[in-house]
Design a protein around this ligand. Structure first.
Ligand code: F6R
Length: 618
């Protein structure tokens, strides 16, 4: 939610601050695209521009009325919470004297009393946002103390909720001050210039040296200095890290959309997540798992907490981990977890799965789990994010930056990481012999080529999707690991193509959903391998059942599975794959289908309406 960038450069004013801010916003537009804005400190004072709609609208404003050369800049791309996506509600928000500008990600929960207090003191508000109260409060404190860092410390003590804030002031032309609580802010360390960003994408083309900020800290950057303090103003240390991907990884690389590119990145995302996980003796080693082996051996229950697509990855993991390790696995939507008094003990391992590492619902679940004494292992894609920092251990997926709002390659990498975790636990606890673990790892290593094979034949899926662009409802059915794949196929289609789509466990069909079947109703089936005959035959029966009632059946089946042929209107073939690993191949045609169909309807595949890439509010 909301992308934030801040920059301080040399004392000589130039166009660089605005260029850095605009480039950072372009890279972070996936975080929110309801409106965008920038503010600069120029020799003449503070200047700003903002516009509702996508970043292109702001670019239009800047072309029509260029801003002057400056020394510092802040930029913001918004996902609306308080107040609709209008020009007035776009950030930055300014103080009444126009000398101070602030941008914000998150929600100030006590904004109403603060607003009332300011209004009673005679302040006139120009927007409906919670952010504007911060601009006015900061201006008052700055005018009293003439110190922006001090003003930020004083004001943040009065704020409740989650926020990242950046502020600049016309009288402080060489600094940007930032603060964070339960919302991301990363520092980029440059040479004679420094950066702030919601994530490293904000400054990746300028520096890979970064510093994580802790909870409730305030940072002041100047061209040559970065100063972090805690909420009491005492010096604080950040954790330095180097970003392990290139700016090139976050460009479309010749594809029409980021989603297209990311779907094609999937063989590499899986391969990279598997890379370097065995020692010279061939044993699976997960160096990042800093949880004591004795504790991992004593785990008697695993609870996966995650949201959306990441939760479906957890759902797939349940089948594999239970089968390999004989540990019960529950999968819980993170936002439901802490409200239902879950049974958690020090023998529970909570696995938090998140691409962004910033999903607030998942962060809150992590905190709750740790408060209850559980160990938390994070499976996360984004270095420097909050969830790994707040967990006991982390297993990073190596999918590279995922820019399209709809998750694709992160999903495959999450499933892969879950398999690694399952196999590691099985090895550690003696559920599997080393040669068995090695066998599974070999099967996993073969997956990237299989995914590539599907991508090489994607046109078939795309043609079917284009022909179905007027469909109004699509159902997805699967059993066993095919069930979460069905859920994911439906989610992709609804979020990208705005079509009603539902995923069901195929066995559930006869308990209700079959009433939805009428002539021509498209139904996808995710068919397990025929090498699991019992499971396979049940799904084939389900295909027959809906076909007999007039459905159009679109079947994803293994190469050579001829049992499905008589009942399929359309068949998408996937390479022969062990049952538990089938989701890594069967979901790919569904991703392609959703993206192509949405494109055929003229929708923005990378930035679907109402969504944002990382959901940093509860
Ligand atoms: C759907 C999608 C979302 C995310 C969910 C969790 O395509 O991307 O459902 O999976 O918002 O996000 P992360 O993984 O960042 O915690």
């Amino acid at each position: 939610m909301c992308g934030i960038v801040g920059y301080v450069g040399p004392a000589m004013p130039s166009n660089r601050p605005l260029e850095v801010a605009m480039e950072g916003l372009a890279r972070m537009e996936y975080r929110g695209y309801d409106s965008a804005g920038v503010a600069l400190v120029a020799p003449m004072g503070l200047v700003s521009a903002k516009k509702a709609g996508k970043l292109a609208n702001l670019r239009g404003v800047l072309e029509a009325s260029p801003l002057p050369e400056a020394t510092v800049a802040i930029g913001h791309t918004r996902w609306a919470t308080h107040g609709g996506p209008t020009d007035a509600n776009a950030h930055p928000h300014l103080s009444e004297d126009g000398k101070l500008a602030v941008i914000h990600n998150g929600i100030i929960e006590n904004f109403a009393p603060l607003r009332a207090e300011l209004a009673a003191a005679g302040v006139t508000f120009t927007s409906e946002t919670d952010t504007e109260v911060v601009a006015h409060l900061l201006a008052r404190e700055y005018n009293a103390a003439r110190d922006l860092t001090q003003a930020m410390l004083t004001v943040t003590r009065r704020l409740e909720g989650a926020y990242t804030l950046l502020a600049i002031h016309a009288d402080a032309p060489g600094s940007v001050v930032g603060a964070r609580r339960n919302s991301p802010l990363v520092i980029g360390l440059g040479d004679g210039e420094n950066f702030l960003g919601s994530d490293v994408a904000a400054f990746i083309s300028h520096t890979k040296d970064a510093l994580e900020m802790g909870q409730d800290q305030v940072v002041t950057i100047t061209a040559d200095d970065v100063r972090v303090v805690d909420a009491d103003g005492n010096p604080a240390e950040g954790r330095r890290f180097t970003v392990d991907w290139d700016a090139d990884a976050a460009v479309k690389g010749g594809y029409a959309t980021f989603m297209d590119k990311e779907i094609h990145d999937q063989p590499k995302a899986v391969a990279d997540t598997l890379l370097g996980r065995t020692d010279t003796a061939g044993n699976l080693v997960l160096d990042e798992l800093r949880i004591d082996e004795t504790i991992l051996r004593s785990v008697d229950k695993i609870i996966v907490v995650a949201c959306g697509t990441a939760a479906y990855a957890g759902h797939v993991a349940k089948y594999a981990i239970e089968h390999w390790c004989r540990i019960p696995v529950e999968v819980e939507l993170a936002h439901e977890f802490r409200y239902r008094d879950p049974v958690v003990s020090e023998k529970t391992l909570v696995v938090a799965i998140s691409q962004s590492g910033e999903t607030m619902d998942t962060i809150m679940a992590v905190r709750h789990a740790r408060e209850q004494g559980a160990k938390v292992l994070a499976i996360v894609n984004t270095h420097g994010s909050t969830i790994p920092r707040e967990s006991d251990a982390v297993l990073y997926t190596h999918a590279g930056p995922e820019v399209a709002v709809a998750s694709t390659k992160a999903f495959l990498a999450q499933i892969t990481a879950c398999y690694l975790l399952g196999l590691y636990l099985a090895q550690l606890r003696g559920n599997k012999y080393p040669d068995e673990v090695a066998g599974y790892l070999e099967e996993l290593a073969a997956l990237p080529a299989k995914i590539q094979h599907i991508l090489d034949n994607e046109e078939e899926v795309r043609a079917v999707a284009r022909a179905m662009k007027d469909a109004t409802s699509v159902l997805f059915l699967g059993r066993h690991v095919g069930y979460p794949v069905a859920l994911e196929g439906a989610l992709k289609l609804k979020e990208l193509a705005y079509i009603h789509a539902e995923g069901f466990a195929a066995g559930e069909l006869k308990h209700g959903p079959i009433a939805l079947i009428e002539d021509g109703q498209p139904v996808f089936f995710i068919v397990p391998t025929p090498r699991r005959p019992l499971l396979h035959s049940k799904v084939v029966s389900n295909i027959q059942e809906v076909r007999a009632r007039g459905a159009k059946t679109l079947v994803i089946a293994e190469e050579g599975d001829e049992a499905v042929t008589p009942y399929a209107d359309v068949i998408f073939r996937v390479p022969r794959t062990p049952t538990l690993m089938m989701p890594l191949v069967t979901v790919v045609p569904l991703q392609i289908f959703a993206a192509e169909l949405a494109g055929a309807k003229g929708y923005d595949v990378d930035q679907p309406r109402n969504l944002a890439k990382s959901v940093t509010v509860e």
